[in-house]
Design a protein around this ligand. Structure first.
Ligand code: E4P
Length: 218
């Protein structure tokens, strides 16, 4: 499963990218608002940090407005992926932008039927939101499994499943086991994936035993 980092925090993106963990970045209007920065400026900076796709979301709700905003966003860099809401206008814009050769990410997907529509409109990625379904006591991960099954039924649906709204390490492993192509993950959750009590305890023991030898590796 590819990892996108779900943030506009350039320090965090640079750090995770230097480790080699990042295949792309996703943003949304709330993430840009949280960054406190200008969308064009921060998105351009992010596009310069990573080689993979950087999702930048339109904020217009109508087709014409989405297409105008997409044209502006697409000029930021070659690795921009235009993020569109899963509405009829968003799907129409997805179809047009994909046909023009742009990468597209159809977001706010909460059902198999919505994912099917995104795929039929040629979306590069569809983003089912796991955490937000869990928030209302539905099974977010089951949606990833169901979309995987549905896509596997057809050779013609080439849209990648971008598991979104992943809020913890269990969400990440669940998405990978369910066959998501990509998970978009907040920076702190990516770092959490490395944690295990037995790793920490084992390392403590190794260091204690090593100190007793008085040796250094030179
Ligand atoms: C990314 O594309 C989504 O916008 C993001 O993962 C949503 O996460 P949230 O539900 O935690 O806000």
């Amino acid at each position: 499963m590819k990892f996108f980092v779900d943030t506009a925090d350039v320090t965090a993106i640079r750090h995770l990218n230097d480790i080699g963990l990042i295949d792309g970045v996703t943003t949304n209007p709330s993430i840009i608002a949280k960054s406190g920065r200008d969308i064009m400026e921060v998105t351009k900076e992010i596009c310069g940090l990573v080689t993979g796709p950087v999702s930048a979301e339109v904020t217009a709700l109508d087709y014409d407005g989405m297409m105008k905003e997409a044209a502006v966003l697409a000029k930021i860099a070659d690795n921009i992926c235009i993020k569109l809401p899963l509405t009829i206008d968003g799907l129409k814009a997805c179809k047009a932008l994909t046909s023009d050769g742009h990468q597209t990410n159809v977001t706010l997907c909460f059902s198999v039927n919505q994912a099917l529509l995104a795929a039929k409109c040629g979306a590069t990625y569809v983003s089912p939101f796991v955490g937000r379904l869990d928030d209302i006591n539905l099974d977010g991960m089951q949606l990833i499994r169901d979309i995987r099954t549905m896509f596997n039924n057809y050779d013609t649906l080439n849209t990648q499943i971008l598991a979104a709204s992943l809020r913890n390490a269990n969400h990440v492993s669940g998405a990978a086991l369910a066959g998501a192509d990509v998970g978009t993950i907040p920076p702190n959750v990516i770092e959490d994936l490395a944690e295990h009590t037995l790793t920490k305890n084992g390392l403590d023991t190794f260091m204690t035993d090593w100190a007793k030898t008085g040796q250094t590796i030179v």
